[in-house]
Write a protein that binds this ligand. Structure first.
Ligand code: B12
Length: 388
């Protein structure tokens, strides 16, 4: 796909202390239907989280749905933080039924909000505005002024197109660890990654973590990139996350994933490479083996206990290659039997693969601690081996 054929990327969110997500969910779906890639950050999100995510995702604009009041101050804060992070060219628009008055909207527009939509606006009008306003990147950044490191990195990732010529990563700054995380949709991969990120952040005060996250889409179409909505600890200035749509590529990754991984490993402009990189695939099927052995250092397959009969396990290709198999949702009734069946299945491979039961949604879960310890040990060994 040529660069100019790529869909418009937008970030949408609902402000802090606001749980009215029904309107934005409808608008997200309408935008996707019209070919927009929507990165949805979810509800109850602070201005800094929104600005950080918008810059990392290199979106053209941010759309905010605000119903609980405080919108004049909130939109103003988002605008300021976008500007401070080098995102002066990132547009800002939104709506909020009857709670945003015409006079509030006039103040907001003076403070850098492109447009506010009022109650009852037809969705077609919103789509037409977005296509007209954000099809081309705005030119408002001062020429010659150095961009913040994170912005440089985000732009390099956007420029990554197509397949990287080789599958091997021979980066300048080999990070401590690249972890590939895969599994069927709904198994809890994103929640598990967020919990792992929390533990990596706590385990030392300087390491920087990148997440490359994938969601499905068909070529040239819109997509809902919603993994950020399930992440809380990853909203942190030491974490850089980029969401990619698969753009019709089967197997769990996107056409530009390998190249993006290389950029995250090496760094870009004044942004250094990352210490730990977590790659989350699209929810996969039985046949998929998304990670080339030379692409990632460790592979984790995340399953839920409801995979069906034992026979189904024989058909899951990743069970033959994953370094660690996580049976998440191990608080479910079927989990103990599932764990035993998975243990037996991988034992037959004679590869020393580990099986760990987790409840990723539970804070401080001992299973997630065990998984983190296993991965962190690998990180330490790699760091010692590479002398970093
Ligand atoms: C549905 C609703 C709820 C649902 C929310 C369900 C959900 N998950 O979203 C429930 C029942 C849970 C709820 C709870 C509450 N609610 Co309520 N809720 C509403 C209600 C009736 C409708 C909002 C809505 O979704 N409309 C549907 C959308 C599609 O229509 P629309 O608003 O016209 O949207 C258009 C434009 O505004 C625009 N737009 C909107 N957002 C965006 C974003 C972008 C990017 C763009 C481009 C356009 C755009 O485009 C839309 C398409 O035309 C409003 C009243 C109202 N009429 O607005 C109150 C209202 C927002 N709620 C209110 C209150 C007070 C609450 C509660 C605090 C009540 C309580 N005491 O518990 C809680 C708070 C919940 C929370 N955690 O924040 C107040 C807010 C008052 C204020 N700001 O001063 C309101 C205004 C009701 C009132 N008159 O008192 N609420």
């Amino acid at each position: 796909m040529k660069m100019h054929d790529r869909p418009i990327r937008l970030l949408t969110a609902v402000p802090i202390c606001d749980g009215h997500d029904s309107a934005i969910s409808t608008i997200n779906l309408e935008l996707i239907r019209h070919g927009v890639e929507v990165i949805y950050l979810g509800y109850h999100r602070g201005a800094d989280d929104i600005a950080r995510a918008a810059v990392q995702e290199d979106v053209r604009a941010v759309g905010i749905s605000s119903y609980n009041g405080g919108h004049v101050e909130f939109f103003t804060q988002v605008r300021r933080r976008l500007d401070a992070r080098g995102g002066r060219d990132i547009g800002l628009f939104g709506g909020g039924g009857g709670t945003i008055t015409q006079s509030d909207a006039a103040i907001m527009q003076k403070r850098g909000v492109d447009r506010i939509f009022f109650a009852g606006t037809p969705l077609d009008e919103i789509v037409a505005f977005i296509k007209k306003s954000y099809s081309v990147r705005a030119k408002v950044n001062k020429p010659g002024k150095a961009e913040p490191a994170e912005r440089q990195l985000a732009r390099r990732l956007s420029a990554a197109a197509g397949k990287f010529s080789g599958s091997r990563l021979n980066g300048r700054h080999r990070p401590q660890l690249i972890i590939g995380i895969t599994g069927p949709g709904g198994a809890g991969k994103t929640t598990l990654i967020d919990e792992l990120v929390l533990r990596f952040l706590k385990s030392d005060s300087t390491s920087r973590i990148a997440i490359l996250s994938h969601d499905p889409s068909i070529v040239g179409s819109g997509a809902l990139l919603g993994d950020r909505a399930a992440m809380f600890y990853s909203q942190n200035d030491r974490v850089f996350m980029r969401s990619l749509s698969s753009a019709g590529q089967a197997g769990g990754l996107a056409p530009q994933s390998v190249q993006c991984l290389k950029i995250l490993e090496d760094g870009a402009g004044s942004a250094p490479g990352f210490d730990v990189i977590l790659v989350e695939t699209v929810g996969i099927g039985q046949e998929a083996v998304p990670f080339d052995r030379k692409l990632v250092d460790k592979t984790v397959l995340v399953m839920s206990p409801d995979y069906g009969s034992r026979l189904q396990l024989q058909k899951i290709a990743m069970l033959d290659v994953a370094d660690v198999v996580v049976v998440n949702k191990s608080d479910l009734a079927a989990a103990r039997a599932a764990s035993n069946e998975v243990q037996r299945r991988v034992a037959a491979n004679h590869r020393g693969q580990r099986v760990i039961g987790t409840v990723a949604k539970r804070h401080g879960d001992p299973g997630v601690d065990e998984l983190f310890a296993a991965l962190n040990d690998s990180a330490k060994s790699r760091a010692e081996a590479t002398g970093s």
